[in-house]
Write a protein that binds this ligand. Structure first.
Ligand code: KG4
Ligand code: ZN
Length: 332
């Protein structure tokens, strides 16, 4: 089954052609970072307008790069939520009319299920069941994954998401939006043990997270050290990143042990973090747990993961209806 995936939930316009939910023929992602960077975060109205400009060329490019024509597309999958409502509406409305014009079935997909299914676009995906840590700009959650379409929420953040903490710390230090990549790079030059920030484990046996206290601790450090903090930037960032990584690694491995699972996955934009990848692999090895992490391109928002997820719903006979609508809030 050749599926076209479409993703516009936040600040990336993406389209992808995927065969049978696992083989990527093309995956095109147009980032809006340049539009939002100077504002220190995503401006929803600007995001919607940019999606309107980009959706048609990006879809054409994905089809062209896949070396197919429109008539060869068998079905369509599109992000239905959660995300920015205006951004979602652009992709969803386009998808409805595109599927209608082509006369093909289509399905609205949960963006979070998309991230969880991103590991199935890599070789040697995990067998079910497994535990997944989804860490992105909007969510930080641990799921017990039973199938491509069945996931049980074990815990989630009570305030900021991990990626949001990276973005807010980056903004406070003057690097703007998004913060993950720049902090990842600069933290490599710092000493993670020099400035130690708090670790919010909350209930150590539970799986909920909290990152707003850490963000506040970094802000306070910057404020109390005046301009002298600038020379310490790599150490501050390394200390901050180590605090996030310690908690994420501890909780996801604890969740796997609680569920008696010897395999986990890390997905979402923050799974691109080099220190997190390195630490979780090392910690998991000691416990005999295998770690599955998608390649960097598939960690951030993309449409291949949406096509991959849609495939499993469509294969099970599910499809969406012209009256279906987007949703902004979490559904799994
Ligand atoms: O999954 P994603 O592309 O979009 C959402 O669904 O939110 O995640 C974006 C988030 C941003 O907060 C960004 O700063 C973070 O992922 N991120 C990273 C890295 N690359 C992206 N965080 C830490 N280290 C990275 N290398
Ligand atoms: Zn995402």
């Amino acid at each position: 089954m050749i599926i076209i995936g479409i993703e516009t939930s936040c600040d990336e316009t993406a389209a992808s052609i995927v065969i049978d939910g696992s083989e990527i023929l093309s995956s095109v992602v147009s980032s809006q970072v340049d539009v939002h960077h100077k504002y220190g975060g995503v401006v929803p109205e600007l995001a919607s307008r940019k999606h309107i400009e980009d959706i048609v060329p990006i879809v054409k490019e994905a089809v062209c790069k896949a070396g197919i024509n429109f008539k060869q597309i068998n079905a369509l999958a599109v992000t239905q939520g959660p995300g920015l409502i205006g951004s979602l509406i652009i992709g969803f409305s386009f998808a409805k009319s595109f599927a209608y014009t082509l006369g093909i079935p289509w399905i609205g997909v949960n963006h979070l299920e998309g991230h969880i299914n991103s590991v199935f676009l890599e070789s040697n995906p995990p067998a079910f069941p497994f535990v997944s840590l989804l860490a992105s700009g909007g969510h930080t959650s641990i799921y017990y994954v039973k199938s491509h379409t069945e996931m049980e929420l074990m815990g989630q953040t009570r305030d900021d998401a991990a990626g949001e903490a990276f973005d807010k710390v980056s903004k406070a230090i003057g690097f703007g939006y998004p913060g993950g990549v720049v902090i990842d790079r600069l933290a490599k030059k710092g000493n993670p043990s020099k400035i130690v920030f708090p670790r919010a484990y909350l209930d150590k046996s539970g799986f909920d997270f909290s990152f707003s206290g850490l963000k506040t601790a970094v802000n306070r450090y910057i404020q109390t050290h005046g301009d002298e903090y600038k020379d310490q930037t790599p150490d501050i960032l390394a200390g901050f990143q180590e605090s996030v990584v310690d908690v994420l690694s501890y909780k996801v491995l604890n969740a796997a042990m609680k569920m008696g699972c010897d395999r986990i996955s890390l997905v979402g934009g923050v799974a691109a973090n080099s220190r997190l990848r390195e630490r979780v692999i090392k910690d998991a090895e000691r416990k005999g747990i295998k770690v599955h992490i998608p390649s960097i391109d598939l960690c951030g928002d993309n449409a291949a993961m949406i096509a991959a997820t849609g495939y499993h719903y469509l294969k099970n006979g599910k499809s969406s209806d012209i009256n279906d609508d987007v949703y902004s809030r979490i559904k799994i």
